[in-house]
Design a protein around this ligand. Structure first.
Ligand code: HEM
Length: 438
């Protein structure tokens, strides 16, 4: 019986809804602190189980993934934007799409974008002036958007502006729609719906035209769109259809753009608070003779790992069992919403000393390999592990290694910087910083 899973009783009708609406992240932290690593609570009539136990998470994501699908509500939420992309497919269809798309995300392929990423970062840097103050979240979002457009569709296309505009309003629509995992459909703002329709129409028109043009090209550019057009199912030899490619482009954008933007924003914030780590990074980059070479930057790798530990962009994701299952000794009925939270596990003192302290060195000498499986999993795991992990890590390292010797951000005083539980773990209210050109 799930009744035996501990958790807050809450209001007779609303359950914990009010606490969840107040500060969802804090609610989860408190619940898991007070009731343990597998807990349950209620939002109105809906029951949810929160799982922050590495062994149980391994069981769900890795050992028996076929028994746990993405929840119906997440799929419904995303369907209007993403169609049937990787994030919402299950079973054989999911496997087929993964294997078709995988080559486009291999480390070797991702490394081909190196020059493009550096160029765009330098172009972005040129727009920064000494002493200007800005919210680094939208500023970095601009840069990541440019990088995504270029790596997906190539830089020199006339349509770049249009795709940029479509993806920009698409991300606004996403933001309005995916505010938090508990504010699911039903109460969608009309403004959001209008932006959404417009974004989907522009995105569709642009992407379908690009696909058609690309199919006619004798020598298409080596970008992600060409990869998606060329890849085929290893078994059947079938390529993806235009609709499937459109849906995957929207999906990749959805999964890749805000996650990398917010991670970079947290990096800059944490470095502004930890000058010794900042200095150590500059020394490391100096030792590489100013060359941007992620393979030769072990401390930068540790910094990124530590930032993804403290602020994992995908801080919470969900599943529902397709049949009654036992997890962590508890019986959980089919269809119950399960929340899996890297954020909670990453801040558990059982796995990380002083878990709230920023200490990149804890990841030196590949120390994460000594941890129990799923004590550290910013990119998930099992068959749904983040397909964009090499792209994300490579791109973020390139951006940081390019910017660090050339620019510094100083945190403006009087701000309380704290994470807010949106679709990704964004800094609530942004991060206002002053630019210093070096
Ligand atoms: C800091 C950056 C990122 C983080 C922390 C992150 C995290 C994650 C996590 C935890 C999952 C698994 C979710 C689940 O199991 O339900 C996931 C899935 C996914 N990610 Fe990422 N991601 C990042 C960047 C990217 C990028 C750059 C791309 C694409 C270019 C991307 C594409 C995807 C896709 C398509 C999936 C769905 C995979 C599937 O269901 O088979 N991600 N990501």
């Amino acid at each position: 019986m799930t009744g035996s899973i501990p958790g807050p009783v809450g209001h007779p009708l609303l359950g914990s809804l009010n606490d969840m609406r107040g500060n969802f992240l804090q609610f989860l932290v408190t619940t898991s602190r007070d009731y343990g690593s597998i807990t349950q609570f209620r939002a109105g009539p809906a029951r949810m189980v929160l799982i922050a136990d590495p062994e149980a998470i391994a069981d769900i994501l890795l050992k028996r993934p076929e028994l746990f699908h993405k929840t119906g509500s997440t799929k419904k939420l995303l369907a209007g934007l993403l169609g049937a992309g990787l994030v919402s497919l299950e079973g054989n269809e999911h496997r087929r799409h993964r294997s078709v798309m995988q080559p486009a995300f291999h480390t070797r392929q991702v490394q081909q974008y190196t020059q493009v990423v550096i160029e765009h970062t330098l172009k972005w840097l040129e727009q920064r002036t000494e002493g200007e103050t800005l919210d680094i979240v939208p500023a970095l979002a601009d840069l990541m958007l440019d990088i995504v457009v270029t790596t997906f569709f190539s830089a020199n296309l006339a349509e770049t502006g249009q795709i940029r505009a479509a993806l920009h309003s698409f991300s606004q629509a996403l933001d309005l729609r995916v505010r938090s995992p508990i504010s699911l459909p039903g109460w969608l703002p009309t403004e959001g719906n209008r932006i959404l329709r417009q974004a989907v129409t522009t995105l569709d028109a642009t992407v379908y035209r690009l696909i058609a043009e690309r199919r006619r090209m004798a020598e298409p550019p080596a970008d992600l769109l060409t990869m998606l057009l060329n890849t085929q199912d290893a078994d059947s030899g079938q390529p993806l259809s235009d609709k499937e490619i459109r849906d995957e482009i929207a999906t990749i954008f959805f999964a890749g753009y805000e996650t990398t933007t917010t991670t970079l924003a947290w990096v800059w914030y944490l470095l502004s608070q930890h000058p010794a780590a900042h200095e150590k990074l500059l020394v490391e980059i100096g030792q590489n003779g100013g060359q941007v070479n992620p393979q030769q930057m072990p401390f930068l790798d540790q910094v990124l790992k530590e930032v993804l530990r403290l602020y994992p962009a995908a801080w919470l994701f969900d599943r529902e069992p397709v049949e009654n299952v036992t997890v962590g000794g508890y019986t959980i009925p089919a269809g119950r919403t399960l929340f899996i939270s890297p954020y909670l596990v990453h801040r558990n003192a059982a796995y990380f000393d002083e878990p709230d302290v920023f200490r990149p060195e804890r990841f030196q000498d590949s120390a994460e390999k000594q941890l129990p499986r799923f004590a550290y999993f910013p990119f998930g795991g099992g068959p749904r592990v983040c397909i964009g992990q090499p792209f994300a890590l490579h791109t973020m390292m390139l951006v940081l290694a390019t910017l660090l010797p050339r620019l510094n951000f100083e945190l403006l005083p009087g701000q309380t910087i704290r994470p807010s539980a949106a679709a990704t773990l964004v800094p609530a209210g942004g991060i206002q910083m002053r630019v210093h050109r070096l």
